[in-house]
Design a protein around this ligand. Sequence first.
Ligand SMILES: CC(C)(COP(=O)(O)OP(=O)(O)OC[C@H]1O[C@@H](n2cnc3c(N)ncnc32)[C@H](O)[C@@H]1OP(=O)(O)O)[C@@H](O)C(=O)NCCC(=O)NCCS
Length: 197
Amino acid sequence: MGLVAGRMWHREEVVIRPAVAADRDWIASALVERWGSTVMVTRGQQRDAAAFEALVAVEVVPEHGLERVGLLTYRVDREGLEVVTIDALRARSGIGTALLAFATQIAKDAGARRLWLITTNDNLSAICFYQRRGFRIIAVHRGAVDRARVLKASIPLVAENGIELHDELELELTLTSVSDAPISADGLPGDAPPSVR
Ligand SMILES: CC(C)(COP(=O)(O)OP(=O)(O)OC[C@H]1O[C@@H](n2cnc3c(N)ncnc32)[C@H](O)[C@@H]1OP(=O)(O)O)[C@@H](O)C(=O)NCCC(=O)NCCS
C-alpha cells in the first residue's frame, strides 16, 4: 500500500491514478449517470465537472481485467484543492477514502493549505464520511440548492432519504496544522499520509 512515484495509490485490488485522455468518455458518462449531467451547480455557479482534472479508481477484476470503480474531479488554485465531485461506484469498500487520500497528496504537493468541497444538506452519508476524515463544516449556504435548481432543473426537491434539498454545506480539511493532519491511507485523520515508495 502506498503512493508509487506520487502517481498511483494502491489498496488491495483498487488503484487510484490520474485520469488520462482515454478516460474522458467514461468520466462524462459516469457523471451523467451519477449526477444527471456533467454540469454541477454550486454557489450559484455552473461548471462542467468533465472538464476538470480527475482521479480514477480502477479495480483489478480477476479474469475481467480492469474496471473503473470511482471518480474524483478537482481543481487547485490559491484557495486550495476543491473536490468538485467524488463518487465510489461500489460503496463502503474504501474507494472514496482512497480517492480522498490521493487528492490530499496532490494538494500537499501543490502547496495548498486545504481541501474543500460543497455538499448538500440531505447527503448525510457524505457529511459523516468527510467529518470522520477530519473535515470541518465551515459554512452553510442557506437556500443555495433552491437557487441551483433554477439553473439545473434535474436537482430533486426531495432526496431518496426523504430530506428536502435546500442548502449547501461547505467543508474543509486544513492541511497546515498538525491536529488537522491530512487523512491517511486508512482514512483516519491525524495519521501519517500514504507513504511514497
Ligand atoms: C461519499 C462516498 C464518495 C464515500 O465513498 P465510499 O467508497 O463509500 O467510502 P469508503 O468505503 O472509503 O468509506 C465509507 C465507509 O465504509 C467503510 N468501509 C470501508 N471499507 C469497507 C469494507 N471493506 N467493508 C465495510 N465497510 C468498509 C469505512 O470504514 C467508512 O465508514 P465510516 O465513514 O463510517 O468511517 C460514496 O458514498 C459516494 O459515492 N456517494 C454518492 C456520491 C456522493 O454523495 N458524493 C459526495 C458528494 S459531495
